[in-house]
Design a protein around this ligand. Structure first.
Ligand SMILES: [Fe+2]
Ligand SMILES: [Fe+2]
Length: 348
C-alpha cells in the first residue's frame, strides 16, 4: 500500500492533545504517502471533519474538552464512511471496548509501534476495497434489473402494437412465449437463455406491423401476392428490432420462426441444423397456437388434431426431437386443464 497512487489521495486526521504524538504520527503517515491533518482535541477534530473528507481518523481517548469518545460519536454522524481508530493508554481499555461498541474500527494502545499503525491502515483499506467492490456489484445488479425491465417494457409495447393491428393474434405472442419457455426449460436452457426465448417468442410476429390490415384480417384464402406480403414479416420484424441493442439476440427467432426442417420454409429456406436452435423451438409452438386459435380464415382446430399435425410434421416441418418435447408439454398442459374423468361404475 505504501506510496501507491491510492494512498496519495487518502487523507488521515490525527487527534491528540500531546504534541509529540501528533507530530511523530503525522511524520510517519506522511512518509507512507498519506495526506495528514492534525487536531488537538475532539472539538477541533469535529470542526475539521465537517469541512474536509477523511478516510481515517486516529484519535486519543482522553483529551481535555471534548474527549475521543464524544468525538467518535459526532464523527460517526457527520461522516459515517470515515473509520475511527482509538489511541488509548493501557489504563483506559474499558473505554476502548466501549469505543468499539460505538462504531470505532479498532484501537491501539500507547505506547504504539508504527508497525501496528501500518497494519491497522492496511485493514481499513482492505475494508474499503471490499465495500467498494460490494457497492460496484450492487450497482451492476441494479443496472441489469433496469435493463431487463426496459427490455420487457419495450417488448410488450411491440407486442401491443401488433395486436392492435391484428385482432386475431391477440394473446398469440404470450401463449407462444409461455409454451416455448416450457419447452426450452425441458431442453435444459439456462435462465439467461430462457429470457432470450421468452423475448424472442413474444416478438416473433412483430413484423406483422408492416403487413396491411386488410391482408392480416382477410376472411378466406389469401392470393399468392398477399401471401408473399405476409412472408415478409420476419424480415420486417428484424428491421424494426435491429436498432434495439438489448434485443439483438432475439433476432434469429424473429427471422427464422417460419423455416422448416426440410428447407421448405421462409424467408431463407434454411434446413435442419442450419436453422438456429431457438427458432426450431419456437416453430412448432407458434404452429400449435396458430392452428388451435381462431383466425379470420378458419375456425380453431381441436388440440388433439393439432398434436397429430405436429407429430406428422416431425422431420419435415419440425426438428423431430424438439417436436417430441413440444407435444409432451402440450399433453401435460391439456391433462392439467381437463383431468380425465373417471369412468362411471358399471351398473350391477
Ligand atoms: Fe410468424
Ligand atoms: Fe406467430
Amino acid at each position: 500500500m505504501h506510496g501507491s497512487s491510492k494512498t496519495q489521495m487518502l487523507r488521515i486526521l490525527v487527534v491528540d492533545d500531546e504534541e509529540h504524538i501528533r507530530t511523530s504520527l503525522s511524520i510517519f503517515l506522511q512518509s507512507k504517502g498519506f495526506e495528514v491533518d492534525v487536531a488537538c482535541d475532539g472539538r477541533e477534530a469535529v470542526s475539521t471533519i465537517s469541512t474536509q473528507e477523511y478516510f481515517l481518523v486516529f484519535t486519543d481517548i482522553s483529551m481535555p474538552g471534548m474527549d475521543g469518545l464524544e468525538a467518535l460519536a459526532r464523527i460517526r454522524t457527520i461522516s459515517p464512511d470515515t473509520e475511527v481508530v482509538m489511541i488509548t493508554a493501557n489504563l483506559e481499555l474499558e473505554n476502548a471496548v466501549l469505543a468499539m461498541r460505538c462504531g470505532a474500527f479498532d484501537f491501539i494502545t500507547k505506547p504504539f509501534y508504527f508497525d501496528s499503525i501500518e497494519a491497522t491502515i492496511g485493514r481499513v483499506l482492505a475494508k474499503h476495497d471490499h465495500e467498494n467492490e460490494a457497492r460496484r456489484m450492487e450497482r451492476e445488479k441494479e443496472k441489469l434489473i433496469y435493463e431487463q425491465k426496459a427490455a420487457l417494457d419495450t417488448t410488450l409495447a411491440f407486442v401491443r402494437a401488433v395486436e392492435e393491428k391484428d385482432r386475431y393474434t391477440k394473446g398469440h405472442s404470450e401463449r407462444v412465449a409461455r409454451l416455448s419457455v416450457k419447452v426450452a426449460k425441458l431442453l435444459n436452457y439456462t435462465s439467461q437463455d430462457l429470457e432470450r426465448i421468452r423475448y424472442g417468442s413474444l416478438l416473433h410476429d412483430v413484423g406483422k406491423i408492416g403487413v396491411p390490415r386488410d391482408i392480416l384480417n382477410k376472411p378466406g384464402k389469401l392470393t399468392k401476392h398477399e401471401f408473399q406480403v405476409i412472408m415478409k414479416h420476419p424480415d420486417v420484424g428484424v428491421r424494426i428490432l435491429s436498432p434495439v441493442t438489448f434485443l439483438q439476440d432475439t433476432l434469429p427467432i424473429v427471422l427464422h420462426h417460419h423455416e422448416n426442417w426440410d428447407g421448405t420454409g421462409y424467408p431463407h429456406g434454411l434446413k435442419e441444423e442450419d436453422i438456429p436452435f431457438d427458432a426450431r423451438i419456437v416453430r412448432p409452438c407458434d404452429f400449435y397456437d396458430a392452428v388451435t386459435s381462431n383466425r379470420s380464415y378458419r375456425r380453431p382446430m381441436p388440440p388433439e388434431a393439432a398434436l397429430q399435425m405436429i407429430s406428422d410434421g416431425k422431420g419435415t416441418l419440425f426438428d423431430a426431437r424438439i417436436a417430441d418435447v413440444v407435444m409432451k408439454v402440450i399433453q401435460k398442459d391439456l391433462a392439467r386443464v381437463s383431468p380425465p374423468t373417471p369412468s362411471p361404475h358399471p351398473s350391477p
